[in-house]
Ligand binder design. Structure first.
Ligand code: MLC
Ligand code: AMP
Length: 507
C-alpha cells in the first residue's frame, strides 16, 4: 500500500478543520493540505519519470515542504531529504550518489545547487522558500488539486535517508512504504494517539524523528500540528498550553529546563513528552519530572529501522532505559561469540521486523555486512537488558543503550562521523594528522572535538581552522574545540588511541 494512502486514511472527515498552524499565525486546513499535495503530485507526475526516481529536497522547514514530501509519496516517487546545513561538497556527494531526477532547493541556494544537480544529470531543479516562494509552487499552480494516489506495493521504496550508518561514508538507507507504514501504525497505538491531540512540532523535517515519527503520527491520527520552523524555547513555551504532544531530542528538554518561565502551568494541557535520537540524561529526566510532574517517554530508533523500542505509555517509564521492543519488532543483545546476553550483560544490539530497511542504496556488499546470516540488522549500538540506572532497578524486559560500537558522535541529535571530519582537517595546509572525538556538552549532549598535529615547521591556529571548516562542512559537524598537540597517542600497532584522548579531554 502507498504510504500516502495509509496516512490519508487517518485524515479527519471535516476537511475545514485545521491541519497545520504556523508560528506566524497561518492556518492550513486539511483541504489545503490535500489540495497542495495533489497539485505538487500532479506536477511531479507530469514530468513522466520512471518508477523509483528520486526527488532530492534541501529546503527550509515550511508546511509546503511537508506537502512536497506527501506529494512525492502520492506520485509514487522516492523522497530524499537533505539537511539544510549541508554545504556544496556534501551536497555533491549526496546528489552524485543518489542521482535524483528532481532536486528542490531554497531559492537562495539555486545558483550552486543547480550546478551540483546538473553535474549528476538531474534534469529538473525547482526552488521552494519558507515564505511560499519559488518555482515549485509557481509550476504547481495550473495543476489539479485532486488526483489518484499512484499504487505502490509494500516493498517499493518510499524514501532514502542518508546516514553515516555503522561505518564508512554516508550511505542511503532505503525505506519502503511498508517499513514506514508499519512503524506509523504501531506508534499510533503504542503512544495512544487520541482524538483532539495537537502535536507541537519544532524538529527539522529532514530526518526520521521530525519527518516520520512526529509528522506521520499527527497525519495518521488526523491531528493538528503547531508547526515551528526550529527549536526556540520561548516559542515552545508560548504554544505548549494549546498542545498535547511534543517530540524532541534531549536538547529540547535541557533548554526548556533552563527557562524559568517553563512551569507546571505551561504543560497543563500536555499529555505526552517524547525524547529520542540521542541519550537522555537521567538528570534531565528527573529534573523534568520535578518541574512539570510529567515523566518523559524515551524511545530508541535509527534511520535504517525507524522506531525500535519505547518506554510504555501506560506503565513504568524508566530514566536511562529506552524501554520495550515495539510490537512486531524483535530486539536481541548478542555477545561477541554470537551467544545471547543474559540480563545485565552488555552486548551488541540486533533487530528484526517489518520496519527494518531494504538495504543501502547501491551498496549490496555493505548491506550484506550489516546483517547477520539469519537476517538480523546490526545496529552498531551496545546495550543490555535490565540492570540498574541512577533511576533504580530496570526490569529485565527493558533495554538500556550503554554505548556504540560504531565510531559515531551524536551532537544535538545529529550524527557526525569522525573519519569524515578527520579527512577534511587532514587536507588543510600545515596539518599532519588529526583525531576527532566526542566530548560531553551541556546543551548538545556530545560535541565534536579535534586533536590535531601540525606538519614539522608549520604552526596552526585553532580559530582559523574552525572558521575555514565552517565554509566546507555542515555547521553541526564543525569541531567546537580544536587542540593542537605534538603527537597523537598510539598503541603498539600504530593505531590512534582515542580512548586515551577521551580520558584526557572528557573530564
Ligand atoms: C546547531 N549547531 C550545532 C547543532 N545544531 N552544533 C552541534 N550540534 C548540533 N546539533 C551549531 C549552530 O550552527 C551554531 O553554530 C551553534 O551550533 C549554536 O547553534 P544553536 O543556535 O544553539 O542551534 P539551534 O539552531 O538551536 O539547533 C540546535 C538543535 C538542532 C539541537 C535544536 O540541532 C536540532 O533541531 N537538532 C535535532 C536533530 C534531529 O532532528 N535529529 C533526529 C535525527 S533522526 P555557529 O557556529 O553558527 O555558532 C535519528 C533517529 C531517531 O537520530 O532515533 O530519531
Ligand atoms: P541516525 O543514524 O541518525 O538514525 O541515528 C541513530 C542512532 O541514534 C542510533 O543508532 C543510536 O545510536 C542513537 N539513538 C537514537 N535514539 C536513542 C536513544 N533514545 N538513546 C540513545 N541513543 C539513541
Amino acid at each position: 500500500m502507498n504510504l500516502y494512502a495509509l496516512l490519508e486514511s487517518g485524515f479527519p472527515k471535516d476537511k475545514s478543520a485545521c491541519a497545520i498552524e504556523t508560528h506566524d499565525g497561518l492556518y492550513y486546513s486539511w483541504e489545503d493540505l490535500e489540495g497542495a499535495t495533489s497539485k505538487m503530485a500532479n506536477l511531479l507526475l507530469a514530468l513522466d519519470l520512471p518508477q523509483g526516481s528520486r526527488v532530492a529536497v534541501q529546503v527550509e522547514k515550511s508546511p509546503e515542504a511537508l506537502f512536497l514530501y506527501l506529494a512525492t509519496l502520492k506520485a509514487g516517487l522516492v523522497y530524499l531529504p537533505l539537511n539544510t546545513a549541508y554545504q556544496a561538497a556534501e551536497m555533491e556527494y549526496f546528489v552524485g550518489n543518489a542521482e535524483p531526477a528532481v532536486v528542490v532547493c531554497s531559492p537562495k541556494n539555486y545558483s550552486w545547487v543547480s550546478q551540483v544537480a546538473k553535474k549528476s544529470g538531474t534534469k529538473h531543479v525547482f526552488t521552494l522558500g519558507d515564505d511560499r516562494s519559488g518555482t515549485l509552487l509557481e509550476k504547481a499552480v495550473p495543476h489539479l488539486s485532486k488526483g489518484k494516489t499512484v499504487k505502490r506495493s509494500d516493498d517499493d521504496l518510499a524514501a532514502i535517508l542518508y546516514t553515516s550508518g555503522t561505518t564508512g561514508r554516508s550511505k542511503g538507507a532505503m525505506l519502503s512504504h511498508a517499513n514506514l507504514g508499519s512503524n506509523a501504525k504501531v506508534l499510533k497505538k503504542f503512544w495512544a494517539w487520541k482524538k483532539g491531540d495537537v502535536l507541537l512540532h519544532a524538529l527539522p523535517i529532514f530526518h526520521v524523528h521530525g519527518l516520520f515519527v512526529a509528522s506521520h503520527g499527527a497525519l495518521l491520527n488526523g491531528s493538528k500540528m503547531i508547526w515551528l520552523p526550529r527549536l526556540d524555547t520561548k516559542e515552545l513555551i508560548k504554544h505548549m498550553p494549546r498542545s498535547t504532544i511534543m517530540m524532541g531530542v534531549p536538547t529540547f528538554y535541557v533548554r526548556l529546563l533552563l527557562d524559568s518561565s517553563f512551569t507546571k502551568n505551561t504543560v497543563k494541557n500536555m499529555r505526552l513528552f517524547i525524547s529520542g535520537s540521542a541519550p537522555l540524561l537521567t538528570e534531565t529526566f528527573n529534573s523534568f519530572k520535578e518541574r512539570t510532574g510529567y515523566t518523559i517517554l524515551e524511545r530508541y530508533g535509527m534511520s535504517e529501522t525507524a522506531m525500535l523500542t519505547s518506554n510504555p505509555y501506560e506503565g513504568r517509564r524508566i530514566g536511562g532505559s529506552v524501554g520495550l521492543p515495539l510490537p512486531k519488532t524483535k530486539v536481541r543483545v548478542i555477545k561477541e561469540n554470537g551467544k545471547l546476553c543474559g540480563v545485565n550483560e552488555i552486548g551488541n544490539v540486533e533487530v528484526k521486523g517489518p520496519n527494518i530497511f531494504q538495504g543501502y542504496w547501491r551498496m549490496p556488499e555493505k548491506t550484506k555486512e550489516e546483517f547477520t546470516k539469519d537476517g538480523w540488522f546490526k545496529t552498531g549500538d551496545v546495550g543490555r537488558w535490565g540492570g540498574e540506572t541512577s533511576g533504580g532497578k530496570v526490569p529485565k524486559e527493558y533495554l538500556c543503550i550503554v554505548g556504540r560500537s560504531k565510531d559515531l558522535i551524536i551532537s544535538g541529535g545529529y550524527n557526525v562521523y569522525p573519519k569524515e571530519i578527520e579527512s577534511f582537517i587532514d587536507d588543510m595546509p600545515g596539518v599532519d594528522e588529526s583525531a576527532v572525538i566526542g566530548i560531553p556538552h551541556p546543551d548538545f549532549g556530545e560535541a565534536v572535538m579535534a586533536v590535531v598535529v601540525a606538519k614539522s615547521g608549520h604552526s596552526l591556529n585553532a580559530d582559523s581552522m574552525i572558521a575555514n571548516l565552517k565554509g566546507k562542512i555542515a555547521n553541526f559537524k564543525v569541531p567546537k574545540l580544536i587542540v593542537i598537540v605534538s603527537e597523537l597517542p598510539r598503541n603498539a600497532m600504530g593505531k590512534v588511541q582515542k580512548n586515551i584522548l577521551r580520558e584526557t579531554y572528557c573530564t
